[in-house]
Design a protein. Structure first.
Length: 530
């Protein structure tokens, strides 16, 4: 009688468990360097974990497959040898001897032999009922080859292989004798667990190496980005000559090349605009200068005509006064344009000296005949290093603007703040300035007449200047409601030339506007004359 077997797959298997899905953060927080490093580390970690899982699965499958093949082949060969001299039907004694002989050839594995109602175990003390399942016995009894099954018994893994014994005649009929061998899988389990531990220990070095490589790569990638950012900030700060070196032919090199081309175009446009602006300033200065001589002659003639206007017919007298007023207005416009052109050309200089500001304000108002129309709050002893003529221009424009567009009382207040700055405040009770007018009131040629409507106060008579043009300097005084729109711009430029500023805000309660001049008590720049 000869045994035969055929390899079969396991009777049952546990379904593969899917790892729970883990949702990462929707967005990374931090700079580009942090995001690159985190991305590198995550990719390395996922790769290492995936490789570990695949390696563990393949190693475990290989180990178990080798053990299963060895167990099946050993049992089949040993049964064939022992069963050749075994007589059927057996008794209990012979069946026990058969199980013991098979076990000896299998390395003392526990062997169970069954024939109909008889059952024998190679180790009488071994409990086989929990390891040789009814399912496996039914499969061996119904089949024509070896069957195996992995089972857990008392928390330990075992491999149970069973095979039927057939007659050696031609029909290969089953003899009714069945043999089962129980193999301990704890050694294989320990081997695969040790392999898993060793692979898991290798994850940490892999992640650390990935982080170091990420830092190196981030530094390499971000270095040209930082240079480009620095050049962009320099360009935004006004350095139109800022450029970045182009290295390589990648996307960053293309970006650097595009930045340089944009900077070149911007620098070229800026040079053209500056050239055009210089030409425009030079044109205004030249025209203003050329107009001064004929305007001086016209002003002298207009003055003579105004003085004799009472002796002329009514129409001629009105015409003479109109010519005088328009000539004076044109003269002031020319003076304002020349002053603005000096500011634009950087030719304006301070002729500064220590001055009593209260006296300067009183003298400016008295020169224009405004003393009785303005309430003064001027403490004595406030002295500063200023250009008296330019402060006179500022006061004349601020007070003239309040008298022209505001309503009484107009108040001029002088105070020292912080010990190093002086504040001159001009307030009125007129309709005030809307927000859009406050933002543009210092723009050149901007007129806020629509914002602050009021009946125009005629300009008082002012003695003629040595040149014959009436007024007390560029932008100073009132012009009968026909202002050039340059007075407030000139006042602001004069304040800036002193290192100060002028601001405007709405007055509450009571309405009106408040213009505030802030000047340093001691000028920081060098003094000079015009």
């Amino acid at each position: 009688m000869k045994g035969r077997s055929r390899r079969r797959g396991p009777l049952r298997h546990e379904p593969r468990r899917r790892a729970p899905l883990r949702h990462g953060p929707r967005r990374f927080v931090g700079g580009l360097r942090v995001r690159l490093v985190v991305t590198f580390v995550l990719v390395a970690l996922v790769s290492a974990v995936t490789a570990t899982a695949l390696a563990y699965r393949e190693a475990r499958t290989a180990v178990l497959q080798r053990t299963q093949n060895t167990a099946v082949n050993d049992l089949r060969e040993r049964v064939a040898v022992v069963a050749a001299g075994f007589d059927l039907p057996p008794d209990q004694r012979s069946l026990s001897r058969f199980a013991a002989e098979v076990s000896e050839g299998l390395g003392a594995r526990v062997v169970v032999a069954r024939h109909e109602d008889l059952s024998a175990v190679s180790d009488t003390y071994a409990d086989t009922e929990g390891r040789v399942t009814a399912e496996l016995r039914a499969a061996v009894r119904a089949g024509d080859g070896a069957r195996f099954q992995r089972v857990e018994w008392r928390g330990e893994p075992y491999l149970v292989v069973g095979t039927p014994v057939t007659y050696a005649d031609g029909d290969r009929r089953a003899s009714g004798l069945e043999v089962f061998a129980i193999t301990d899988l704890r050694a294989e389990r320990d081997d695969t667990a040790a392999l898993l531990d060793s692979v898991q220990e290798g994850i940490v070095p892999v992640v650390v190496a990935a982080a170091l490589l990420a830092l190196l790569a981030a530094g390499t990638v971000l270095r040209p980005v930082r240079k480009l950012g620095r050049a962009t900030r320099e360009l935004a700060a006004g350095d139109l000559g800022s450029r970045v070196a182009v290295r390589g032919h990648d996307e960053l090199a293309d970006l650097a090349r595009t930045f340089n081309e944009t900077a070149d175009a911007l620098q070229s446009s800026d040079a053209e605009l500056r050239a055009q602006e210089a030409k425009a300033r030079r044109f205004v200065a030249d025209v203003s200068h050329e107009l001064r001589t004929p305007l001086a002659a016209m002003a002298m003639v207009a003055t003579v005509l105004e003085e004799d206007a009472d002796q002329l017919p009514p129409d001629a007298a009105r015409a003479a006064r109109t010519v005088g007023a328009e000539t004076a207005r044109l003269s002031r416009l020319v003076e304002d344009l020349m002053e603005i052109s000096r500011f634009d050309a950087g030719a304006a200089r301070l002729n500064a000296s220590e001055t009593d500001l209260a006296d300067t304000v009183r003298a400016s108002l008295a020169l224009r005949g405004w003393t009785d129309r303005v309430t003064l709050r001027l403490p004595e002893g406030v002295r500063a290093v200023v250009d008296r003529r330019r402060v006179d221009v500022i006061v004349a424009n601020l007070v003239g603007n309040a008298l022209k567009h505001g309503a009484p009382p107009v108040t001029v207040t002088l105070a020292v703040t912080g010990g190093d700055r002086v504040v001159l405040e001009v307030a009125d009770r007129g309709p005030g300035l809307p927000p859009e007018a406050r933002e543009r009131v210092f723009d050149r040629f901007y007129k806020a007449d629509e914002a602050r409507t009021r009946t125009t106060v005629p300009a008082p008579a002012v003695p003629s200047s040595p040149g014959g043009v009436r007024g007390a300097g560029p932008g100073a005084g009132l012009d009968g409601g026909q202002g050039s729109g340059l007075g407030m711009a000139i006042a602001l430029e004069n304040a800036r030339l002193h290192g100060g500023s002028i601001g405007v805000e709405a007055r509450r309660p009571g309405g009106g506007a408040v213009f505030t001049l802030v000047l340093p008590l001691r000028r920081t720049g060098g003094e000079g004359g015009e």
